[in-house]
Design a protein. Structure first.
Length: 571
């Protein structure tokens, strides 16, 4: 699991604390997750010189490994150009080429370092350029970010595999992510929303979507099927009809069967049906087809002729998808027994323990201590509660798409969770189950995420809804002469996750290829593609793999991203 295993935290029963065989202290020690690797060595000598902490060779290795982080702060050219253009955000995507040289950081003068507010074992220093960095003597690491003490009630621990985790004695829970005051506030906000779920559940139950029966009645001029009849689609997408009264099947619609019996078809004519179930006529004499009935000249299609028959409306797409689900559903049911207190963990364990095709059986959800018959309401509540639980900031799996966009997108920092890929596979199965069983989830994903599910090409316009500043930056580069502005940009980009800066070439050798007016369109395209996939390729693949195990992605080929959102979240 991605949460650490069970343990007792200072005598408190914790549902997610790992076994802690090492001795622990009450001192809150800041994590090294945001720290940059170095070969610093600890010392207890008072006021040591630089060489006692960083030898010359070790220092060069340290600075080389972090050159991207040093260079990322060199933005003077961009700032100057931005001030001239009046559009600061337009340069967010532009990065200067990183310096190749190494500098040796020097010890800050005694008395100038304010260590009173630093956690135990930390030291503040300055490099030759006057930039402040911090040394953690506990873990022998360095970081540019000023360390902050852990929030009240939190403790840092190490499990028996040497992995650092954090214990929240307030809620008796654990997390891999180092807590900050901001993350604690986010968790409290999420917790307050969770406490208001009863009212949200009532609104959730008011969401609606066209049902298969309503679609058939509204979209079919012949009205509903007779009692005991069902309309299905075979493996070649041909429509046929099942008579459950006699346990037989036939191609002809029972509602039209016998209507024209008084007058047979002319010789050489045959009735067939399209994939949409629309009737047409085949003239074998002339090897032609028509929607007009040769007996009376009336067309099978109204309001515009045959073209309407092939207009795949959302209602038809949904009906087609529902029939695919019904025809591939398995008999019997599958039980999901969960506790409301440990909903996420219980659901993860049980869903991943089942074979994917078993998830196509009818769901029978049981909340422990609330045993009863599930006629659909408990399953609907389970989908709602679990989809909300995925948002828990402590899992670090998803994040909001933007400041004013509360749709979900994959969190690049999810790698801090050792088992995050297993969780994304589980969530993929869960989302597929929601579609297969016709249930809604609480919060949907961003539209670009749906487009990726549908294998549609993402464009620069899709950026606007999730990262307005980044979008404006690329638009400014597209609409202005970057050579006249003196911008020195390369086909390389920096990315920071949890305080660690990494450099990524947009194309082979991109760090040495200058962006010009001639190739800036290619640069914009590569930047757009990188922005959608940065740090989330493995997570996206795990999600889609889990989804495809339950519902083949080919079943969604007729939908667009907005229709998929409506199917998953309702209206």
């Amino acid at each position: 699991t991605s949460d650490p295993a069970n343990d007792t935290v200072n005598g408190e029963s914790s549902s997610s604390a790992p076994t802690d065989n090492a001795s622990t202290t009450g001192t809150a020690i800041v994590s090294e997750e945001n720290a940059l690797s170095s070969n610093c060595t600890n010392t207890t000598v008072e006021d040591p010189p630089v060489q006692e902490i960083l030898t010359s060779s070790e220092n060069n290795e340290c600075i080389l490994s972090n050159s991207a982080a040093f260079g990322s702060e060199t933005r003077s050219t961009l700032d100057l150009a931005a001030s001239n253009s009046g559009n600061n955000s337009a340069f967010e995507a532009a990065k200067l080429r990183q310096p190749d040289g190494c500098v040796e950081p020097v010890r800050q003068q005694s008395g100038s370092t304010n260590t009173e507010t630093l956690p135990s074992g930390w030291e503040q220093r300055k490099d030759p350029h006057g930039r402040t960095y911090y040394v953690d003597h506990n873990t022998r690491t360095t970081t540019w970010e000023r360390p902050q003490p852990l929030p009240p009630g939190w403790e840092r621990r190490v499990d028996d595999r040497g992995r650092v985790y954090y214990v929240d004695h307030n809620t008796r829970t654990t997390t891999w992510q180092r807590p900050t005051m901001e993350s604690v506030r986010n968790f409290e906000q999420w917790q307050s929303q969770r406490n208001q779920l009863q009212g949200a559940m009532q609104q959730f139950n008011q969401r609606y979507l066209y049902s298969a029966s309503m679609l058939a009645a509204e979209n079919d001029p012949y009205g509903p099927l007779p009692p005991g009849w069902e309309k299905r689609v075979d493996s070649t997408d041909r429509v046929y009809f099942v008579n459950h009264n006699t346990k037989t099947t036939q191609w002809e619609d029972p509602r039209t069967q016998g209507l024209q019996n008084e007058e047979p078809l002319p010789e050489g004519w045959e009735i067939r049906y399209t994939r949409e179930g629309v009737r047409y006529f085949v003239d074998h004499n002339t090897r032609t087809t028509t929607f007009k009935d040769p007996r009376n000249g009336k067309s099978s299609v109204t309001k515009g002729g045959p073209q309407i028959a092939y207009e795949r409306s959302f209602r038809w797409k949904l009906a087609h998808f529902r029939y695919l689900c019904q025809s591939n559903a398995l008999p019997s049911h599958v039980k999901i027994n969960v506790s409301r207190q440990t909903l996420f963990e219980d659901s993860f364990q049980q869903i991943m323990a089942l074979k994917p095709y078993d998830l196509r059986r009818r769901l029978y959800v049981i909340f422990r201590g609330e045993e009863g018959l599930d006629y659909g309401g408990l399953a609907r509540e389970w989908f709602f509660l679990l989809s909300h639980e995925v948002l828990n900031p402590m899992y670090c799996l998803f994040e909001y798409a933007g400041k004013n966009n509360y749709c979900l997108q994959i969190n690049p920092a999810s790698t801090i969770n050792p088992d995050h890929l297993s969780y994304f596979c589980f969530i993929g199965r869960f989302i597929a189950m929601a579609l297969f069983h016709g249930k809604f989830i609480d919060t949907g994903f961003s539209l670009p995420f749906y487009k990726r599910m549908l294998s549609k090409k993402l464009t620069i316009k899709d950026l606007e809804s999730i990262d307005t500043e980044f979008y404006n930056s690329l638009i400014w580069i597209r609409d202005n002469n970057i050579e006249e502005c003196g911008l020195e940009m390369y086909f390389s980009v920096d990315m920071e996750i949890l305080g660690k800066v990494t450099s990524h070439d947009l194309k082979l050798g991109g760090s040495n290829i200058l962006v010009t007016e001639e190739n800036k369109d290619e640069y914009i395209g590569l930047m757009t593609e990188w922005r959608f996939s940065r740090g989330v390729q493995e997570q996206t693949k795990a999600f889609l793999d889990g989804f495809n195990e339950v519902v083949p992605l080919q079943w969604l080929q007729y939908f667009d991203e907005k229709e998929l959102e409506v199917m998953l979240c309702g209206m």
